[in-house]
Design a protein around this ligand. Structure first.
Ligand SMILES: CC(C)=CCNc1ncnc2c1ncn2[C@@H]1O[C@H](COP(=O)(O)O)[C@@H](O)[C@H]1O
Ligand SMILES: [Zn+2]
Length: 348
């Protein structure tokens, strides 16, 4: 990618709505963690998928297991979360919704509650240090862990929504899409929705989740992660597409993640095209910038170069993401203003 274009994508203000904390850990931070835990004997090549490499979905999920071994104490989480926030800010991200699955680790005394508290502390410290980014947090439910854990996580998210000064805004449903069924998690997701948590749900990330997607759409979610197999050309249906369009549910689209995870065969076949052509709200996101060796500027650059978007269109894409966020109205307005002020300096 040439330099001049690179500068443009880095300069434009951006909104990141789909970033898993432990998948976003950079190589530099990973090396610090590895140095802290030499006994684990983990090589940094095992925690990322480099350019040109592709892995099966199953292999990708193994990577998270390795990372979780390296990030298992409050000290680790604080370091990782601060670094991730600072890196997004350095990439020109002005508003970030970070998501993570609360975990407990008996050997380090980590509880699910202290896990969330530590992420919130990292967000707080970045604010105090005047890192130029607004951060909100989504609590993740790992679909693999079933109904009971999901319900427990929702209750925790509810508590923090009420006590975190508006930092905890929603719930994410994620985890290996080939494991578990969304129908078992409906009561927990319904409860989250009823108490005012926003829902960002991974949906149709793999084929043959049509029935599950129907059920999840009935909630309905406030945003959809991936939605790779929703449309009829790839085994979804017009019915699913109609619902998503009628309810105007934004899609979080992660090009590199889908290509490296091999759910999409190549960039030009990415479903960004399908939805963008329909003028449906599409938000480019990184998913796991550490694991997939990308950043948000690169994702915008890829979308633009693959689908022929000019600078105006790229700007509109990044601005549209503000309205797709779970930020309160006042913050959305502040961000819109920021975009308007920056525009004449960046767009020529
Ligand atoms: C394997 C692959 C292609 C990944 C991209 N697609 C994904 N689909 C579903 N869940 C995900 C994905 N990437 C990350 N996650 C979730 O995020 C977790 C890592 O971040 P965290 O520990 O929640 O902070 C993973 O264990 C998984 O539960
Ligand atoms: Zn994801």
């Amino acid at each position: 990618m040439d330099n001049e274009a690179d500068v443009f994508y880095r300069q434009i203000p951006k909104v990141e709505l789909h970033a898993h904390l432990n998948g976003s850990v950079s190589l530099a931070t990973m090396e610090k963690l590895i140095a802290r835990k030499p006994h684990l004997n983990i090589e940094s090549s095992r925690t990322a998928i480099h350019s040109g490499q592709c892995r099966t979905l199953n292999e990708c999920f193994q990577v998270f297991k390795v990372i979780h071994q390296l990030v298992d104490s409050q000290e680790d989480i604080l370091m990782v979360a601060k670094a991730v926030i600072e890196e997004f800010a350095a990439d020109g991200v002005k508003y970030l919704e970070l998501r993570s699955t609360p975990r407990e680790e008996t050997k380090t005394g980590l509880s699910k509650r202290s896990y969330i508290e530590t992420v919130l502390e990292a967000i707080h410290q970045c604010k105090q240090e005047e890192v130029d980014i607004d951060v909100r947090f989504l609590v993740s439910v790992d679909r693999r862990n079933g109904h009971e854990v999901a319900m427990e996580t929702v209750k925790l998210a509810e508590d923090f929504m009420l006590s975190s000064d508006g930092v905890v805004v929603g719930l994410d449903l994620s985890g290996d899409p080939t494991v578990g069924h969304g129908k078992d998690l409906l009561p927990a997701l319904q409860r989250a929705r009823n108490c005012g948590l926003k829902l960002a749900l991974h949906m149709s990330e793999v084929p043959s989740q049509k029935e599950e997607s129907e059920l999840l759409l009935a909630l309905p979610p406030d945003r959809i992660g991936h939605g790779t197999f929703l449309h009829p050309e790839v085994g979804g249906s017009d019915g699913l597409v109609d619902k998503v369009c009628k309810m105007n549910i934004p899609l979080e689209l992660c090009l590199t993640s889908n290509v490296k995870g091999q759910t999409v065969p190549s960039y030009d076949k990415h479903h960004f095209q399908y939805w963008y052509k329909r003028q449906h709200p599409c938000v480019p996101c990184t998913d796991d910038k550490g694991v997939f060796c990308t950043d948000l500027s690169q994702e915008y650059h890829l979308a633009a170069s693959t689908f022929g978007l000019n600078q105006e269109a790229v700007w509109a894409l990044s601005q549209q993401a503000i309205q797709c966020s779970f930020a309160p109205e006042a913050l959305k307005q502040k961000l819109e203003q920021r975009w308007d002020e920056l525009r004449p300096h960046i767009l020529h």
